[in-house]
Write a protein that binds this ligand. Structure first.
Ligand code: SF4
Length: 126
């Protein structure tokens, strides 16, 4: 099976537009990349596309109601929605440290979801 896919390399701000020729399920040729990282990205993206997960969870006991979170590493692209769904019922209590694990092994990916910043507990009312 042969075909051509187009994708944008996301490894640097150049954002090269890649033309990827696939033959028998394998990447046979990559054009448009201005450095070797583009070809490596095209091959990895064709074989196992991955994405970072970014979302928010409910936060109790702080001056803000939402805590921004992200995956500690990219997860398989087809698991991103499952990870976001798994975060829906999650609520955490302040204080929260930056990098704290909010949801371990999100959606069975083996990747933890962590806080992207620390949040202090709200000062008690005077
Ligand atoms: S191919 Fe190289 S130069 Fe182009 S976006 Fe990717 S990393 Fe940047």
């Amino acid at each position: 099976m042969a075909g051509e896919r187009r994708m944008t390399c996301i490894n640097c701000p150049m954002g090269c537009e890649l033309a990827v020729r696939v033959e028998n399920g394998e990447v046979a040729e990559v054009k448009g990349n201005q450095c070797p990282r583009g070809a490596a990205y095209a091959k990895a993206e064709s074989a196992h596309p991955v994405r970072m997960v970014t979302s928010t969870v409910r936060l109790r006991g702080a001056d803000v109601a939402q805590l921004p979170v992200k995956s500690a590493a990219p997860v398989p692209k087809d698991k991103v929605r499952d990870c976001v769904r798994a975060l829906k019922p999650v609520a955490v209590d302040a204080p929260v440290a930056a990098g704290a694990v909010i949801l371990a092994d999100a959606a069975g990916t083996g990747v933890d979801i962590v806080a992207t910043r620390g949040v202090a507990r709200a000062a008690p009312d005077a």
